[in-house]
Design a protein around this ligand. Sequence first.
Ligand SMILES: *Cc1c(COP(=O)(O)O)cnc(C)c1O
Length: 418
Amino acid sequence: MSGKVNPPFYNMKPSHWKLIPYGKQWIDDDDVVSVVEVLRSDWLTTGPKVAEFERTFSNLVGTKEAVAVSSGTAALHAAMYAIDIGPGDEVIVPSMTFAATANCVVFQGGTPVFADVKEDTLLIDPEDVKRKITFRTKAIIAVDYTGQPCDYDKLISISKAHHIPLVADACHALGAYYKGKPVGSVADLTVFSFHPVKHITTGEGGMITTDNEEYARRMRIFRNHGITTDHRQREQMGSWFYEMVDLGYNYRITDFQCALGISQLKKLAKWIKRRQEIAALYDEAFKDFPGIKPLGLRDDVLPPKEYISLSGDPVTHIINFMYSLHAYHLYVVRVDEKVIGRTRDEVFKELRSRGIGVNVHYIPVHLHPFYRKKFGTDVGLCPIAEKAYRQIISLPIFPALQDEEVEYIIKTIIEVLK
Ligand SMILES: *Cc1c(COP(=O)(O)O)cnc(C)c1O
């Protein structure tokens, strides 16, 4: 971006239209400088920037530990390893999520058990989680779908009652708050992704936050082949000796990626605010529009309009007043075929042809061929997620999205749906 703004694409000839993506990174000159500095230093991988990124991150979300890895998927896998998921174990996951949320259970030989979501928010339904618990259930993974924190109070009480850990897949929710607490410090383990469409990026990258030092120790070994010391630690000890104590992977993140992460984190609060502003514009536009409905908010989650109108430091306000804050990774609307007389797929195609890079998040995971074949999941397992899947469209939302682009998107949607 570097402060430069592209001319609005719709002022160009239609043949020159570039699709407005649903999400996009923002890289400033100071990001570039911090990466280049590390490229010129002695450490390309596992050096001082990894530890600095981890410290900065754990301070931000208020946990004792943060462990940086090579992707959000690696972070999910490491979390499953930390809590010792293995063959015969069941882990409850929501069906309305990215496949990696369930895949990480399978990586460890476990069985994902799909829970349905709530009709209005599409967040994991704690009542369905309760119904799906068996003597084999070893953990619950909750997803803060679109960036809205899920119903942690209820999920924590279920996890406590059954003595199983609660893992949060917060890949959508960096910067979100749950009743005054930063997402990242609410569940036993919380996983983040730094893919370019997420809140901050390291190219590829991920993080797990926890207060449990034993989990953190296990994950640091896991990301490094199951080896007890890394190259840098050995060098400091002047020793060649290392031992592989368990089967691990190479899930390390590089030092220059962590430099980018540190630089990006400084802008997180500003970017969350911009996401709130865009969400408020969409909310207002579709408030009374028949046939199109933004997802609902849980009772304690502040509507974006209220968040923006708060004076002073919004985060302090959140902490003081025990509200929850939506991080708006995605802005999802449901289109009602019966009202508008057209299917979601038709609306989708029309918007794409007009330069709007809408998307669908997600195909319910239990409907993917892999899960049908390997675990025998099928239509009817999570009816609310399945019904929502036929209606949802993700609209563009990212900090660099201009007001004129948002106006164009709103105007076009209203035109198409009329
Ligand atoms: C992005 C994402 C992941 C995976 O993260 P990667 O960094 O792409 O591996 C996992 N779960 C959810 C919900 C995500 O959105």
